[in-house]
Design a protein around this ligand. Structure first.
Ligand SMILES: [Ca+2]
Ligand SMILES: [Ca+2]
Ligand SMILES: [Ca+2]
Length: 474
């Protein structure tokens, strides 16, 4: 039997390296809510179950509501529920994201903060990070910079046995590496109920437009861990690298075994996601917004090469990001579909071998694992894994097979309702008809950084430096 959750051997918080004990919450329960993309555009009504589940918890709360959310936009029903809870004496506190200049991505966040008062943020920490980043010297990349890309360079060299897969990835524009995000989307009610997952409190998230996932957990033990995490941020002002680990935590909730990890202190990719992919024997179904982490990419290729059936769905906007790894996965034969909806593939999830589901707020990126504030919930439960598998199959079948090879323009006629949904799907400041992709003759997609598969000769090993040498020779 694969040891997915309880028998994984993470080090104990005090560094003694002993097994983490499995705590019990036998009366607890977990519900998995999977929201398919609606194709109807963003909406402010609270109709989707990913929204009604949240409002129910807020409406039923009696003493406390504690939350950590990325931001808020266009969700009056959620705001009304919070205000009513406050007015009946429920103690509310929360944290949101802000950048070094104090800005939040979502337009109603400031109004929410003003209304609820006890809401804090990571802005001061990011301001300090920005000052430190300006003094950091970035080393030259080992693999050469791809032409036309200005951001930090990520080098990848994968040994395929008789060939090397080589890539140098970067962003088109320079990246502001000082910004780190408080990217959680969780709420704890009465120190017992937890609402969490990939869904933002927004017209595209809880409004139901994007593909998203929510887990609703009834567990005092898990709720306590979330509150401890919130205390670090709200009470102590500890965000990002400043946070202290108390986990990872293993809890049996009803029939499910649950592992909870927080970024960055618990390193969810290193400690949980990579070991699960490495241990997979039959099937891995990945549905994520971004997939840019090079070690996860290598693990997925390993799994494919040892005969595991790997399928990946990623978001179309994320598929045009200079760090995306989906073309490398395709190059070795892994079927990858890029979604062709107006809404986003906003899940950060996977199912392993019909027994385990990976959920949470964290994209499969280095920033998600190393920098941002995130939570990852790994659930070992065959019924929930089957539920996820069925949902994944439906999404997979619904995406046109031509997007196994090509990449739809996220704001164009390729992408369902994208030209009429009132939002700027690809973040280029040109929404709907203003976006050239929605015009009569859409321009070609900007190229991704180049990559190569080269034959190995003699004692040649696969090293990132080869990328630069090969580029120079051409
Ligand atoms: Ca921030
Ligand atoms: Ca656009
Ligand atoms: Ca649009």
């Amino acid at each position: 039997m694969t040891c997915a959750v309880a028998c994984a051997p993470p080090g104990s918080p005090d560094g003694e390296g002993s097994e983490v004990p499995l705590l019990e919450d036998p009366q607890g329960s977990i519900r998995l809510l999977l929201n398919p993309p609606t194709g109807k555009g963003p909406r402010s009504e609270c109709v989707a179950e990913v929204c009604t589940s949240l409002v129910e918890l807020i409406d039923d709360s009696e003493k406390t509501l504690d939350f950590a959310v990325y931001g808020v936009r266009g969700m009056p029903r959620v705001m009304a529920a919070l205000t009513q809870a406050r007015d009946r004496g429920v103690q509310i506190r929360g944290v949101v994201d802000r950048d070094a200049a104090g800005a939040n991505y979502y337009s109603d966040t400031d109004a929410m903060v003003a209304q609820l008062v006890h809401v804090r943020d990571d802005g001061k920490v990011d301001e300090r990070r920005a000052k430190e980043a300006s003094r950091t010297v970035v080393p030259e990349p080992r693999c050469g910079r791809p032409e036309g890309f200005q951001g930090p360079v990520q080098c990848l060299a994968y040994d395929l046995g008789d060939r090397c897969l080589l890539a140098a990835h970067s962003s088109r524009e320079p990246l502001d590496e000082s910004s780190a995000i408080m990217h959680n989307k969780f709420l704890v009610a009465d120190s017992r109920w937890v609402w969490t997952g990939s869904t933002n409190i927004s017209d595209t998230g809880t409004g139901g437009y994007n593909a998203n996932l929510v887990t609703v957990i009834d567990s005092r033990r898990l709720a306590t861990a979330y509150l401890r995490e919130l205390d670090q941020m709200y009470e102590d002002g500890r965000y990002h690298e400043d946070k202290r680990s108390a986990g990872p935590l293993h809890v049996r909730v009803g029939d499910a075994e649950v592992q909870l990890l927080f970024s960055p202190q618990d390193s969810p990719i290193r400690e949980a996601i990579r070991p699960l992919i490495k241990g997979a024997r039959e099937r891995i179904d990945v549905a994520v917004f971004y997939l840019t982490h090079k070690h996860v990419t290598a693990d997925l290729i390993d799994a494919h090469l040892r005969g595991v059936e790997v399928r990946v769905i990623i978001d179309a906007t994320a598929a045009s990001n200079g760090f995306t790894k989906h073309e490398l996965l395709r190059a070795v034969g892994i079927p990858v579909k890029v979604e062709d909806w107006g809404g986003k593939m906003h899940m950060k999830s996977a199912m392993i071998d019909g027994h385990t589901v990976i959920t949470g707020s964290m994209n499969w990126t280095t920033a998600g694992d190393d920098t941002n504030d995130e939570n990852v919930v790994i659930i070992r439960d065959e019924a929930l894994a089957a539920q996820y598998g069925e949902f994944f199959d439906e999404l997979w079948t619904a995406i046109d097979d031509r997007w196994l090879r090509a990449n739809p323009d996220p704001e164009s006629r390729d992408s369902g309702s994208a030209c009429e949904d009132g939002i700027d799907n690809d973040y280029d400041d040109e929404p709907d008809a203003e976006d050239p992709g929605c015009g009569e003759v859409p321009p070609p997609r900007p190229p991704l950084p180049p990559w190569q598969i080269v034959a190995k000769h003699g004692r040649m090993t696969c090293e990132p430096e080869m990328m630069g040498r090969l580029a120079a020779r051409r």
